[in-house]
Design a protein around this ligand. Structure first.
Ligand code: KIV
Ligand code: ZN
Length: 572
């Protein structure tokens, strides 16, 4: 890079528009969409689409709901010519779809373009003449007047060609190519001259398409240019004002949005922003941006993955994982705080209410995405993500401190192994940690009414030894604690059904700590019988508590539970 770019590059001059309206306008209706995937998109591919791919993409565009589709540049290529003929002669163009073909402003090429479109129900002949100063002086060597004459001559040539070209409903589109780099008064002059030359009938409109052939300035400048044209074109009511933004500065979507607020009624672009260099404006993003403002774009993107995979096949270019709305990762939260907020948002969301889930500007379900990918686990994930996945995939609603405990285990696991932890891996970790018996198991329990509370008789297996214990307490769990007679305190207990059916199993969560040390940990039990579930949880919790201190449970000669230092010999 050079140190003084001001000597090499000119800043874009602002537009002299003092009372601009676009900043206060809100777009409340979708534009007319034109897909140029089969023309601008195709001409920018490393390997242009073959006939089969073009047909597949054309069908996709029709299914999505495009009513105007630029199908090619037939005067430039026989393949394009043949493709357009096929669409028309094979009756592949739906009755409500208008096809368009691009032509340079040369009579013989216009003739070929009209020949390609012949027989269509309705067709747009799209002619372009570049108008920026550098094109006038360097490329064409013509004055402004001569450029206008060229555009007018092309318009007249199209009129003549279509005169004998069947009963197609013909529409003229004129693009002052390089509009974004041209003087506004000249852009107006040449567009007005074209519309005059066409002399549209009472119900006829000419499409005046303003391209940011190269995106030259910030989107507000493009919006000013469009509003200036919208307000100054002489026969505005005879025109459909269209824009065709490219994305050289990465702001084509913003430019198109502001251009709509500035008076553009129609937008040309490509799915996922395909097209020359950095691409045409991305119509998927534009459409879904409207959708998330409560404006239906009248394009059906409810199966976005299918759209993305088809476009990838046809163009042989990937849709990036972070592509707005369509990328594989755009509905995924890895970070703990985001996962927490999303989980709470999902839980609070009620059907029929406004969408208010944090971090998700659109409901993934509306574009055909499942919630599966929304929360994924890696080393940055937290309790929200971990508990969300266990609840979603296995129905466990973990107590808050168990969520934290498990998320630390997940973090240790992913830190050690790197990468992502899948739902199946999380489940395996959860089962191994919380749902596996250790040294103590409750083989049988029997509750009875006792004087002063609830009585229980427990048959336990402790380190391979059977032992019978009995206790009385305020309830089944309290009675079991009394029966065990260990220096452990019950900190917390929770339970819930693992499904909605009447015979559903219950999950019980028991949080225990040493009476003199704190440092609690959890045990989890699952059973159709809620008391059994709580006792299983209690035994597993005791095991985990001992293991957390490098100890194991044993039974002494008197049948009492004791903990050993290393689980081998000594009974304390
Ligand atoms: O980008 C452009 O200027 C074009 C025109 C032909 C409309 O593609
Ligand atoms: Zn273009």
């Amino acid at each position: 890079m050079i140190q003084d770019p001001q000597k090499k590059y000119r800043p874009f001059a602002p537009v002299a528009l003092t009372d601009r309206h676009w900043p206060d306008r809100v777009v409340t209706a979708p534009p007319v969409w034109l897909s140029t995937d089969l023309r601008d998109g195709n001409q920018a591919l490393l390997e242009p689409m073959d006939g089969a791919r073009k047909k597949m993409l054309f069908d996709l565009l029709c299914r999505i709901g495009f009513k105007e589709i630029e199908v090619g540049f037939p005067s430039a290529s026989q393949t394009e010519f043949d493709f357009i003929r096929h669409l028309i002669t094979a009756g592949r163009v739906p009755a409500d779809v208008t096809i368009s073909a691009l032509t340079p402003a040369r009579p013989e090429l216009i003739r070929r373009t009209v020949a390609a479109l012949r027989g269509a129900r309705r067709a747009i002949v799209h002619v372009y003449v570049a108008i920026a100063p550098v094109f006038r002086s360097l490329v064409f060597g013509r004055t402004r007047t001569e450029m206008i004459e060229m555009a007018v001559a092309a318009t007249c040539a199209i009129r003549e060609e279509i005169a004998g070209a069947g009963d197609t409903e013909w529409v003229l589109e004129y693009s002052p190519e390089t509009f974004s780099a041209a003087e506004l008064d000249f852009s107006r002059e040449i567009c007005d001259a074209v519309v005059d030359a066409w002399a549209p009938g009472a119900n006829e409109k000419v499409i005046i398409n303003l391209p940011a052939t190269v995106e030259m300035a910030t989107p507000n400048v493009f919006a000013d240019q469009v509003e200036w044209m919208h307000r100054n074109l002489r026969r505005r009511s005879d025109m459909i004002l269209s824009v065709h933004p490219h994305n050289d500065r990465g702001t084509a979507v913003a430019a198109a949005e502001l251009a709509m607020a500035a008076g553009a009624q129609r937008v040309e672009g490509c799915l996922f922003g395909h097209g020359e260099r950095t691409g045409n404006v991305d119509l998927v993003t534009l459409a879904l941006n409207l959708y998330t403002q409560g404006v239906h774009p009248r394009l059906d993107l409810s199966r976005i993955d299918e759209v993305a995979r088809t476009v990838e096949h046809c163009t042989r270019l990937p849709v990036a994982p972070r592509h707005p709305y369509a990328g594989d990762l755009v509905f995924t939260a890895f970070s703990g705080s985001h996962q927490d907020a999303i989980k709470k948002g999902f839980a609070a969301q009620t059907s029929g209410a406004f969408w208010d889930v944090p971090y998700l500007p659109v409901d993934p379900a509306d574009v055909g995405r499942s919630y599966d990918a929304v929360i994924r686990l890696n080393g940055q994930s937290g309790k929200g993500g971990v508990s969300y996945i266990l609840e979603r995939d296995h129905g466990f609603v973990l107590p808050r401190r168990l969520q934290i405990e498990l998320s630390h285990l997940v973090k240790a696991h992913t830190d050690a192994r790197g990468g992502e932890m899948k739902s199946a891996d999380l489940w395996a970790l959860f089962c191994a940690t919380y749902l596996t018996n250790g040294d103590i198991a409750c083989l049988h329990h029997e509750l009875y009414d006792a004087e002063g509370g609830q009585g229980v008789r427990l048959s336990l297996q402790v380190a391979g030894q059977r032992v019978e214990r009995q206790g009385i307490g305020n309830g089944p769990l309290d009675a079991a604690m009394a029966a065990l007679g260990v220096p452990v305190r019950l900190v917390h207990y929770e339970e819930h059904a693992l499904g909605r059916e009447s015979g559903a199993e219950a999950a019980a969560f028991v949080e225990l700590e040493w009476a003199d040390q704190g440092a609690p940990c959890f045990g989890v039990g699952v059973s159709r019988n809620i008391v059994t579930a709580s006792y299983v949880a209690l035994m597993r919790g005791l095991d985990r508590l001992a293991a957390a201190h490098g100890r194991r449970w044993r039974v002494d000669d008197g049948g009492h539970l004791r903990i050993s230092e290393d689980g081998v010999a000594k009974v304390s």
